[in-house]
Design a protein around this ligand. Structure first.
Ligand SMILES: Cc1cc2nc3c(=O)[nH]c(=O)nc-3n(C[C@H](O)[C@H](O)[C@H](O)COP(=O)(O)OP(=O)(O)OC[C@H]3O[C@@H](n4cnc5c(N)ncnc54)[C@H](O)[C@@H]3O)c2cc1C
Length: 387
């Protein structure tokens, strides 16, 4: 196996790192302290990301993206992940791959303008009563002639207040399966502002300040059948085909922030002197650095391996789940140890560490909790043996 990076990969890593350090880092303090990504700043940074060729780099060339293979995309995500979601995700958009399921007029109206950065999507699955158990969702889309009438509430929907449309998952019926009666799901594309569809402010979040979430209310919202993304009743198939990569995205961005925390901690262990010597000379500190490096390297290899397998179309749900569990739990450990090495200063907002530590917390929850990932991994082990 070849672990070296090609010249092109090295160039992409450098370009992305330079953009994050020079364009995004300088705004971290403002976004953290105000809890808001100003609209004019958002527009300015997004324009710079488009200009730098970094916007929507995850998408294929034929729709206007950079056409990165999965390994190269993970390397790019890792660099973006050095900062928080408000800056790296809102300003350097990576449209959901699920939009590649767009057909006909949907491509002109949703897919292509989203890749260009003219429109922004959000994706709504989670409901107040249905988080990990997505099939428990109560939002329905009832057939009414050639239309569907949607009713229900979604919550925790990221950046919906900055979005132009939603990719909505709703129940469109039920079916009998070997596991009992199950809801059939369908994905819809619905413009923000469509009659019967309201976006309300969500909750305040201690992780990734400035990266908003919203509550979406659908009240007799009538949409034509042309709003269906993919096929009727096949919403989970569309999601399974295109959304597996989002777990790799979470894993990759965790690697970037962990690397930053380790770099800061290593420097601190050299600069900080106590008892007449650098604290890095105490084994109690240096072994923490060693453990952080081991965990980071292991998470990075697992994430890159999952990406490598995806490029060869031999990846499994288990590969994605292993990468997500390892990278998110590694970041929790690394950011906590980084605080410990910095002592009291680690908790002060003068340094980025307390933010990295707070931001780390959400990574084990969104895009499937660690428990759900472990369920996927253990299922992958047990099922082949009839378990
Ligand atoms: C800031 C933020 C942004 C988000 N953005 C989006 C978005 O844009 N779109 C979207 O659709 N969703 C979004 N989510 C939702 C996110 O994916 C869910 O929060 C996540 O899937 C967990 O659901 P829950 O919060 O309802 O927790 P629950 O499902 O209620 O879980 C509570 C606890 O029970 C455990 N648990 C549940 N079931 C099992 C089981 N079978 N076995 C073992 N343990 C179990 C969980 O692991 C967890 O520890 C976002 C969430 C947050 C916090």
């Amino acid at each position: 196996m070849d672990f070296s990076l090609s010249d092109e990969q090295q160039m992409i890593v450098k370009t992305t790192r330079d953009f994050v350090v020079n364009e995004l880092y300088p705004h971290e303090k403002e976004v953290e302290e105000s809890g808001v990504l100003r609209e004019d700043l958002h527009r300015e940074l997004k324009a710079k990301a488009i200009e730098a060729g970094l916007y929507a780099a995850n998408m294929p060339v034929d729709v206007g993206g950079a056409g990165l293979d999965t390994v190269t995309w993970v390397l790019y995500e890792k660099e973006l992940g050095r900062t928080g979601y408000a800056l790296h995700y809102s300003c350097v958009g990576r449209p959901s791959n699920i939009l590649l399921a767009c057909e006909g007029e949907q491509r002109e109206r949703y897919l292509l303008p989203t890749v260009r950065g003219d429109r922004v999507e959000c994706l709504a699955m989670t409901e107040p009563g249905a988080g990990s158990d997505l099939r428990g969702m109560k939002t329905t889309a009832a057939a009414a002639g050639d239309d569907f009438v949607i009713n229900g509430t979604k919550h925790f929907i990221s950046h919906a207040d900055h979005s132009d449309y939603v990719i909505l998952f709703a129940a469109t019926g039920e079916e009998s399966t070997a596991h009992g009666v199950r809801k059939k799901m369908t994905a819809f594309l619905i413009d923000i502002g469509h009659p019967g569809f309201e976006v309300r402010p969500g909750y305040n979040n201690v992780s990734h300040r400035g990266y908003t979430n919203s509550i979406l209310e659908f009240n007799n919202c009538r949409v034509p059948k042309t709003a269906i993304l993919g096929e009727l009743h096949r919403g989970f198939d569309v999601a399974n085909t295109w959304l597996g990569a989002t777990r790799l995205q979470v894993a990759a961005t965790c690697l970037g922030r962990a690397e930053r925390a380790l770099e800061l901690s290593t420097q601190w262990a050299v600069d900080r002197v106590q008892f007449g010597q650098q604290i890095g000379k105490f084994q109690g500190v240096s072994f923490k650095l060693a453990d952080m490096a081991v965990e980071l390297r292991a998470a990075e290899l697992l994430t890159l391996q999952a990406a490598w397998k995806r490029d060869r179309k031999i990846d499994t749900d288990m590969d994605m789940a292993i990468a997500k569990v390892k990278a998110t739990e590694m970041l929790a450990m690394v950011s906590d140890e980084a605080l410990q090495i910095h002592g009291g200063m680690g908790l002060m907002t003068d340094l980025p560490l307390e933010r990295i530590w707070r931001d780390a917390r959400i990574e084990r929850i969104w895009d499937g909790t660690s428990e759900v990932q472990r369920h996927i991994i253990s299922r992958g082990l047990l099922r082949p043996l009839g378990g």
